[in-house]
Design a protein around this ligand. Structure first.
Ligand code: 5GP
Length: 120
């Protein structure tokens, strides 16, 4: 099997609780939720990190935000509030190298969002 973990989810080689799909993107529930609602919104195209986003990808990346807005509206927390985050590389905590928006909602979210982690 080739491709990232998330491509395997797109291809239904790994199960996931999928909440939305279109020709460009997929959204599913995070396996280790950090809020009552924790979705991952991914492009079907594999792009490892934010650093790999090219000019040609700008519509695709913008599309991910429109999906976030659509899901927030349809799930009923758009007005209450939510957070959209994309981690880039190790110091930000990225563990899956296929870009993804985290969509977090359903509680009052703390800010700043980080805890210091010792770098070894
Ligand atoms: P990152 O740390 O790269 O920003 O986020 C990766 C996210 O993917 C994490 O929140 C992690 O819980 C989630 N994740 C990792 N493996 C799986 C999986 O197999 N299924 C689902 N649904 N989420 C996963």
């Amino acid at each position: 099997m080739a491709g990232t973990l998330f491509t395997k989810i797109i291809n239904r080689e790994i199960p996931a609780d999928i909440v939305y799909e279109d020709e460009l993107s997929l959204a599913f529930r995070d396996i280790n939720p950090q809020a009552p609602v924790h979705l991952l919104i991914i492009p079907k195209q594999e792009i490892p990190t934010i650093n790999d986003i090219e000019l040609n990808d700008r519509e695709l990346v913008g599309h991910l935000f429109l999906v976030a807005k659509k899901l927030a509206t349809e799930m009923g927390f758009a007005e209450d509030g939510y957070r959209v985050v994309m981690n880039c590389n190790e110091s930000a905590g990225q563990t899956v190298f296929h870009i993804h928006l985290h969509l977090l909602a359903g509680k009052t979210l703390g800010w700043p969002p980080y805890t210091d982690r010792a770098k070894v």
